[in-house]
Design a protein around this ligand. Structure first.
Ligand code: FAD
Ligand code: MLT
Ligand code: ZN
Length: 510
């Protein structure tokens, strides 16, 4: 199904060949790439004491990868230097595309010896500025490490290289009646190694929990080229420290993930989506409670968006609202294995929602295309806001009951030059607070930060619920972690990457 296209966002919205699969092509031909200022101009940051890539280094890389996979053509590298949001821009002059763990190992060994900084990159859909270089770090693209090693239909264990596209893994698993325990709007572009490195959460978190629980093993290459084989496929193993967890969520600062084994759950045979309009956020909370109590074990996602988001997906991307207009929208998905059982539960739930008056209007989707068009509304908010202007993006955990207060606070705080949006993973207490202005403005940023982070910390929330710290948020880590914890993180970094060549400007404060 192809929906409306806007000038800036030439996108195909079908579930199988998602818009995000085309990011790179769009980016490289799009003029707004060149409008993105260099990170080093926008932010006060100094280049670290790293070497500069010489012709001799290029020849060494060519001897490892062959000439074709050592890219120095600036027009090709340009899109790898800019993030998906078009908000940060590095100055790398070298892009390397390994196909094997051995190649990654040889590259890192050389970089470590020569003191060359490296930025590991997967699908480049990260939202915190960690997936692109800040200065001239060598970009290590994982795109060509895309082989699925095995799928065990009995145990549900998937083994693959880390450069597989999330959506491709899901498709491969589907033929064995299995599914990925992770789903997110960027599925057509993000790679499983990038998902692990950010510990991505997404819309199935409510059902399957953190990736940390589903990953059975990983293979990672350390900064000096040593290959750490934690590629276990056993489910229960309490022998010593669980070292693979260090690499999950470490945003490319401790090693490069090259291989993964994941436990894939059975693919639910019946999926339904209900979508409601509500008048207040308090009504959404009542719907949340109703959904939890009446849908229980078949619940698979609970999401929300406010009317400002609905307006933008309509105006920027031409996606129609399937129900009448309301200040808030509530999306609930059920997944199960017995259509009659799930249908009965859902019918009763829908009846309760409308009778209780918490929901003012609603629609139930049972066929795939309608389910998809409802999910498209939610999953394309980030894209719609990007089309509208510059996005200041906040991804915070808050006590669910207070989750929307900050959106109202920010609407009062920000002037008419910005629009404030609220949406997110309601079932997980994870708000996406987005502020959009016509273009980047340091004064607007100063109005938002550190205010939003201080507010979040005062409620004992998380300043980064699922996107990571990257380059943009690293200086606020102290709001969530104690000095002792940060010092221990620095010790671990020092142990695994003593020269600090891996993503040097990311995650940990300078
Ligand atoms: P990249 O962006 O390329 O990299 C992310 C980070 O990991 C960088 O720091 C990079 O250096 C590091 N890295 C990448 N690969 C490796 C590797 N193999 N080894 C070591 N380090 C590596 N996130 C959520 O949690 N939930 C969501 O619902 C969600 N929705 C999104 C929707 C959209 C439209 C977009 C654009 C992003 C969304 N994200 C979401 C952000 C999310 O972090 C990424 O989409 C995804 O997890 C990053 O994967 P990637 O392959 O693009 O990694
Ligand atoms: C989402 O849930 O849509 C993603 O995390 C992306 C975003 O925050 O916009
Ligand atoms: Zn999210």
């Amino acid at each position: 199904m192809t929906l409306a296209r806007s000038a800036l966002c030439l996108i195909n919205y079908s579930r199988s060949s998602r818009c995000l699969g085309n990011i790179r092509q769009i980016s490289s031909s799009s003029s707004n790439l060149t409008l993105t200022k260099l990170t080093s101009e926008l932010y006060d940051v100094k280049r670290g004491p790293y070497g500069f890539v010489s012709d001799k280094d290029i020849r060494t890389f060519e001897s490892i990868l062959g000439e074709q996979r050592v890219i120095t053509d600036e027009s090709v590298i340009e899109s790898y230097n800019v993030d998906w949001l078009n908000t940060v821009r590095g100055q790398s002059k070298v892009l390397l595309k390994p196909k094997t763990t051995e190649e990654v190992s040889k590259i890192l060994m050389h970089c470590n010896e020569q003191n060359l900084a490296v930025c590991p990159q997967s699908g480049n859909t990260g939202l915190v500025g960690g997936s692109v270089p800040v200065f001239d770090e060598i970009i290590l693209s994982m795109q060509l490490m895309n082989e699925i090693t095995s799928i065990d239909p009995l145990t549900g264990i998937l083994q693959c290289q880390s450069g597989c596209i999330l959506e491709n893994l899901n498709t491969a698993l589907a033929s064995h009646n299995l599914t990925m325990p992770l789903d997110l709007g960027a599925k057509g572009s993000c790679l499983i190694g990038g998902n692990l490195s950010t510990n991505a959460a997404g819309i199935r978190f409510l059902r399957y929990g953190s990736l940390r629980g589903s990953v059975l093993g990983i293979e990672a290459v350390l900064a000096d080229g040593r290959v750490m084989d934690f590629s276990s496929t056993i489910r229960k193993d309490n022998t010593g420290y669980d070292l693979k967890q260090l690499f999950i969520g470490s945003e490319g600062t401790l090693g490069v993930i090259t291989g993964v084994s994941i436990l894939a759950p059975v693919k639910p045979s019946c999926v339904n989506v209900a979508f409601f309009g509500a008048d207040t956020f308090e009504d959404l909370l009542s719907l949340l409670k109703l959904a939890k109590t009446s849908l229980g074990e078949i619940l698979s996602a609970i999401e929300f968006l406010d009317s400002s988001c609905m307006k933008e997906v309509g105006e920027q991307l031409g996606m129609p609202n399937p129900i009448s207009e309301h200040p808030f929208y509530f999306l609930v998905e059920t997944s199960g294995s017995n259509a009659a059982h799930d249908g009965d539960k859902l019918d009763l739930f829908v009846e309760n929602c409308l009778e209780s008056n918490f929901a003012k209007d609603g629609t139930l989707a049972t066929d795939l295309s309608k389910i998809q068009s409802i999910w498209n509304l939610r999953e394309n908010i980030a894209e719609a806001l990007k089309c509208k202007g510059y996005t200041y993006k906040y991804d915070i955990s808050l006590p669910t009951i207070k989750m929307y207060d900050i959106v109202n606070i920010m609407r009062k705080r920000m002037g008419d030059d910005c629009t404030v949006y609220g949406y997110g993973h309601l079932g997980d207490g994870n708000l996406h607070l987005n502020v959009v202005s016509k273009e980047y403005d340091a004064n607007i940023l100063a109005q938002i930060e550190p205010f939003v982070y201080d507010y979040t910390a005062s409620l004992k929330g998380s300043i980064s619920a699922e996107h990571g710290l990257g380059f943009k948020k690293k200086k606020y880590i102290g709001l969530n972690k104690s000095p002792e914890a940060i010092s221990m993180m620095k010790n671990i970094k020092q142990l695994l990457d003593p020269k600090g060549i891996l993503n040097p400007y990311t995650t940990l404060p300078s």
